[in-house]
Write a protein that binds this ligand. Structure first.
Ligand SMILES: [Zn+2]
Length: 163
């Protein structure tokens, strides 16, 4: 029997939410101190949403909107960590695991630099990677989208050992 090795895969995802006064701001599963937060059906964590979509895209499995439709009251207030966990389960079922994550978050304020270590640490834990395989880039929109928080994420996937 010939041993057929699964190919390396990449996935890409994007997400954006409007910012509103007095709402919570979550990024990578970390609550960020801010007077404004994402207007969303869930906790509006753009980093976890873009990453979850990236993981699904690697297998042409659709997007998180198709699994967690925002008109469904069951998913109101849903923690995005739960979305990511479900998506990672699908990835494992396909015989894969994340090997590297790179994400760009665009937000004018608050500045995210001081939160980098905490977000990177938490995201690495959630996806099961060492921190040096979780690259985070923080940008401002230079005033082009001051009312939004946005994220773009790329993920590189490798076959699970034995696949
Ligand atoms: Zn989202």
């Amino acid at each position: 029997m010939s041993e057929k090795t699964l190919p390396l895969l990449i996935g890409y995802g994007e997400d954006a939410h409007r910012l509103g006064e007095g709402l919570e701001l979550w990024l990578g599963g970390v609550r960020i101190e801010s007077d404004r937060g994402a207007v969303a059906h869930s906790d509006g964590d753009v980093l976890l949403h873009a990453l979850s979509d990236a993981l699904l895209s690697a297998f042409a499995l659709g997007d998180i909107g198709s699994y967690f439709p925002d008109h469904d009251p069951r998913w109101r207030g849903l923690e995005s960590r739960v979305i990511l966990e479900l998506v990672l389960k699908k990835v494992r079922e396909k015989g894969y695991r994340p090997a590297q994550v790179a994400a760009v978050v665009v937000l004018d304020r608050p500045r995210l630099g001081p939160h980098r270590a905490q977000i990177q640490q938490n995201l690495a834990r959630l996806v099961g990677l060492p921190e040096e395989r979780v690259g985070l880039t923080f940008k401002t929109s230079e005033g082009l989208a001051p009312e939004h928080v946005q994220c773009r994420a790329v993920v590189h996937l490798e076959p699970l050992p034995g696949h």
